[in-house]
Design a protein around this ligand. Structure first.
Ligand SMILES: CC1(C)CN(C2CCCC2)C(=O)N1c1ccccc1/C=C/C(=O)NO
Ligand SMILES: [Zn+2]
Length: 398
């Protein structure tokens, strides 16, 4: 049978002896971390227009710190069409495939508009294969958690949170996050989604706004004219999903201390009221100081500490990438998160490796905070927390 039809069961050693042998129980010291990658995934991800070469830079830094030998390496394959269609409409996927195959049939060009495949989100040749491979990696990571093969699973090429059921958006074509959550939902009754990217995780929020089985919590910049424009604290889901959507809208100049205390305060309340059985966290790094988005003042510590807070819950956790346009800082951030999950202390000096020159002039692993004016008034942050408490308290009554 074809490789991608192989029953997923056969991918992970499921017999107890195998997993028990490899300290199956998550103990205090560390947990079992699965890292999904192969050369094909890195090569295809490197082709993504706005983050050319980023996948290699991230993977090379993780490898140069010797972290690969401490993780369970899993080789992914392209997502099956049936997995992609768990979320996306077949009309949209058909059009994406046709445009990606350079099918110059006029018919598809006209439809392109309907499916968001336009100038600001072009379906460039090969995009369908790339997006399918990335989605397959997030699916494989989710399956590693569902099969109890790992406690934490990582796909730094994933995290494309803007893609809608039948529309590409914000340079996201297939929403690997939604597909991965739907896979996790086959095993876990309640899944928590956390979005740390600078941008609102609108595609994931939309997908689950009407269900109480998936709670989405997004921390993001929310300002006039800033993409995607949604994500105000008023968004609260609808129907059965009411109160299972939480948004934390922020202004420019957000610093580590306020960001991390907000994350801990909001997620602490969410954890107590929602009681998730699994967590998916999008770790977009475009909120870091030094990113071309030039919005927040965050250092890598802010994202590391936020993810560590979630890791401490000791729930099955899927970590995904996302935005991050300063390649070296994004690699620093996701390497530091990987080490933190492994409870590995890394030397601050960047090891000599293929991309070493990118890390000048300091050649250090962690970055410092920016000093952009902080537009976040304490009163606003207090109001956001009150709104979240109100909603979750209200929600937990229902
Ligand atoms: C084209 C890129 C993706 C890159 N970019 C910057 C960074 C560096 C130079 C331009 C953007 O603002 N983009 C966007 C353009 C239109 C809509 C959305 C985005 C970004 C989405 C995002 O990051 N979500 O998490
Ligand atoms: Zn972003």
């Amino acid at each position: 049978m074809a490789d991608d039809e192989k029953d997923e069961q056969s991918t992970f050693p499921t017999d107890e002896t195998e997993t028990n042998k490899e300290n199956d129980r998550r103990d205090e010291r560390s947990c079992r971390v699965a890292y999904v990658f192969n050369e094909e995934l890195i090569k295809l991800s490197d082709e993504l227009p706005k983050i050319k070469g980023r996948a290699s830079i991230v993977h090379s830094l993780i490898r140069s710190y010797g972290l690969l030998s401490k993780m369970r390496l899993i080789s992914p394959h392209k997502a099956k069409l049936t997995d992609i269609l768990l979320f996306h409409s077949s009309e949209y996927i058909d059009c994406l495939q046709k445009l990606s195959d350079e099918d110059d049939d006029e018919k598809w060009m006209e439809e392109a508009e309907t499916f968001g495949l336009t100038y600001d989100c072009p379906a460039y040749p090969g995009i369908f294969d790339t997006a399918s491979y990335i989605t397959g990696a997030s699916v494989k990571a989710a399956q590693a958690l569902s099969h109890n093969y790992a406690d934490v699973a990582i796909n730094w090429t994933g995290g494309w949170h803007h893609a809608k059921r039948d529309e590409a958006a914000g340079f996201c074509y297939i929403n690997d996050i939604v597909v991965a959550i739907l896979i996790l939902r086959q095993k876990f009754d309640k899944v928590l989604y956390v979005d740390l990217d600078l941008h609102h995780g609108d595609g994931v929020e939309d997908a689950f706004c009407a269900t109480s089985k998936v709670m989405t919590v997004s921390f993001h910049k929310h300002a006039p004219g800033f993409f995607p424009g949604t994500g105000s604290s008023d968004d609260c889901g609808m129907g059965k999903g009411q109160y299972y959507t939480v948004n934390v809208p922020l202004q420019d100049g957000m610093n580590d201390e306020n960001f991390v205390s907000l994350v801990k305060r909001v997620l602490g309340t969410v954890y107590k009221s929602f009681k998730p059985q699994a967590v998916v966290c999008q770790c977009g790094a475009d909120g870091l100081d030094g990113d071309p988005m030039a919005s927040f003042n965050l250092s890598t510590d802010a994202l590391v500490d936020s993810v560590q807070f979630i890791t401490n819950w000791k729930l099955p956790l899927l970590l995904l990438g996302g935005g991050g346009y300063n390649m070296a800082n994004t690699a620093r951030c996701w390497t530091a998160i990987t080490a933190s999950v492994l409870k590995e202390k890394l030397p601050s000096d960047i090891p000599e490796h293929r991309f070493f020159p990118l890390y000048g002039p300091d050649y250090e692993l962690t970055t410092s905070q920016g000093n952009r004016i902080d537009r976040n008034k304490d009163s606003h942050l207090q109001n956001v927390i009150a709104a979240v408490d109100n909603r979750l308290l209200h929600g937990s009554k229902s």
